[in-house]
Design a protein around this ligand. Structure first.
Ligand code: AMP
Ligand code: MG
Length: 401
């Protein structure tokens, strides 16, 4: 115990926990099931995109040379639809082909004029301007066959799932969702829907944390709440380690007499650090229980949320080489003073306002670590280094939620 890293910086904490990695496997899924997953291999395109030269506009395909002194009268020799079934269309001098967006370019044509700039009269068309070469989308100009367009670890956002389809992949290899056990501890906790007796509160952490686990593309397993006894905790941790890839507990990691997660990890687990220089969220611990990685998150709802975003999420992304999802970071001008702490990286919850002179951050809500509404009603965290209290008007770093 004497050498246990204690009250470490967030960076040190991350470095320590990233030395312990969960077993990560991959599986093949249909594109319909790929949203939010993490790509398990580099993905090369099976085709050129686009696969053939085509028109970017509804209009007429022409020979540019013919159109240099508008207006130009040309003879319409064919109509080419996006399915491009009309073969062997050849546009010769003095001719034009009516063409739809996405339809293959006919031979001979090297420019397009959009339909709005053309007047038709039976089989003839008058072009009011020169043809435009940039309205041709050339074969392979977006992506070429065999090009790796998405790398291992790519978080599959909607546009990336669409890109997999553009590349011709029906199924793709993704990281198997990690099963994440969530165990809330505390004699005072009741399930929403139950009656509260004196001294009791509703258990909220497991629900919020389950949402964060899903956000990262993994599978939360909300286990039964555990009373504050070592025996109940031991049974629950054993079951979680047997059935899941990661354990997240909430509560019981502070200095108190009943902080049994810390106690059981000290006595029976393998503890890698305890407490970090982060506020809210200084109490957490990390280690392994029966070889299963375990984060002991604080019980205070804001603290557990913050520790998940700042520590558990980066650890999960590192474990799967995932490039997302993650919060956007930016800077903003302060509309109110915000206080740092003496020794910790401090996150204050703020509302963000877009103004003509840029983003402005206002600290509006009570910042207590028990006040979950302070996150739910906010747009972001202002990030303050230790002792660096800031005043209204100062520019600060912001994490957007
Ligand atoms: P603890 O870390 O166990 O001392 O808990 C710190 C504070 O968080 C106490 O006020 C607890 O009642 C509260 N708390 C602990 N666990 C939860 C939970 N799962 N949901 C909501 N509040 C909790
Ligand atoms: Mg407790």
């Amino acid at each position: 115990m004497t050498n246990l890293p204690y009250f470490v910086s967030l960076e040190e904490a991350l470095e320590i926990c990233c030395q312990t990695k969960p077993a990560v496997e991959s599986e093949i899924v249909n594109l319909d099931d790929a949203h939010g997953r993490i790509l398990a291999q580099d993905l090369a395109s099976l085709v050129n995109d686009p696969p053939f030269d085509n028109s970017a506009m509804d209009g007429f395909a022409v020979r540019y040379e013919d159109t240099r002194s508008p207006p130009t009268d040309l003879k319409i020799i064919a109509t080419i639809q996006a399915s491009g079934q009309e073969d062997d269309v050849l546009v010769s001098k003095g001719e034009a082909a009516r063409i739809m967006t996405g339809a293959p370019m006919p031979d001979g044509a090297d420019a397009i004029l959009q339909v709005e700039l053309c007047e038709t009269d039976g089989d003839n068309v008058r072009l009011l301007q020169e043809g435009m070469k940039h309205f041709i989308r050339y074969k392979g100009e977006n992506m070429t066959k065999d090009q790796i367009a998405l790398n291992i670890g790519a978080h599959l956002t909607p546009s990336r799932v669409g890109l997999c389809a553009t590349m011709g992949h029906e199924k793709i290899p993704v990281v198997k969702r990690l099963k994440v056990a969530i165990i809330s501890t505390g004699d005072e906790l009741k399930q929403p829907g139950e009656e509260l007796a004196r001294g009791e509160i509703y258990e909220s952490n497991s629900f919020g944390i389950a949402g964060l686990v899903k956000w990262l593309g993994h599978e939360p397993v909300r286990m039964q709440c555990v009373d504050d006894t070592l025996d109940a905790l031991r049974i629950s941790l054993n079951e979680a380690a047997n059935t899941c890839d990661l354990i997240l507990t909430s509560g019981g990691v502070s200095m108190g007499e009943w902080d049994l997660v810390r106690k059981i990890m000290e006595e029976e687990g393998d503890l890698h650090f305890w407490r970090i220089k982060l506020r809210p969220g200084s109490p957490p611990l990390f280690g392994t229980w029966n070889n299963c990685p375990i984060f002991g998150l604080p019980g205070n709802p804001v603290s557990s949320h913050v520790v998940f975003r700042m520590l558990v999420a980066p650890w999960l992304r590192d474990a799967t080489s995932a490039d997302g999802p993650k919060e956007a970071r930016t800077t903003a001008r302060l509309g109110t003073d915000v206080k740092s702490t003496q020794d910790c990286l401090t996150l204050r919850r703020v509302s963000l306002e877009t103004t003509s002179t840029g983003l402005v951050a206002h600290q509006k809500v009570h910042q207590g670590s028990g006040n979950l509404a302070s996150i739910a009603w906010s747009d972001g965290f202002v990030v303050l280094q230790p002792t660096c209290t800031k005043q209204a008007g100062d520019v600060v770093d912001v994490i957007i939620l």
